[in-house]
Design a protein around this ligand. Sequence first.
Ligand code: ZN
Length: 153
Amino acid sequence: MVAFSVLSAMHDADVLGFSFGIPYDAPYGHRGASHSIVAGLMLGLLAGWLGKLAGCSWGRTTAIACAVAVSHGLLDAFTDGGRGIALLWPFSNERFFSPWQPFPVSPLGMGIFSLWGLRVLVVELVFFSPLLAFALWPSARQRGPRPSRTPRP
Ligand SMILES: [Zn+2]
């Protein structure tokens, strides 16, 4: 879960480009190439390969990693700020938004530690709480064997 969480957040490392003068709207700017479907698939394949080196199933790890990595750009398109997502890079630099934008855009950098950042976290926590509950719910294997219904002698 920690590795997949890191994977899902890696796309936003593109904000470092601001320090090097890369404009927001540039192909390699924030929410540009790094947020595309192609970049997500490449990251997913890389994560699958790393998972295989760590002894995990290549197919299963790659499938989950691709879903996690591609979902970042898609979910960012559901936010109400920024300048859109270059989902189709390298085929197009056009930036896209979803017609429905239920999520407030997150502040960049240390701005997350603000009232605005807290609002973003609360909205996302409420929206994704069913998935969080599913992820944290103990599986049957973790709960241990079911008690036997047959009387013991
Ligand atoms: Zn992002």
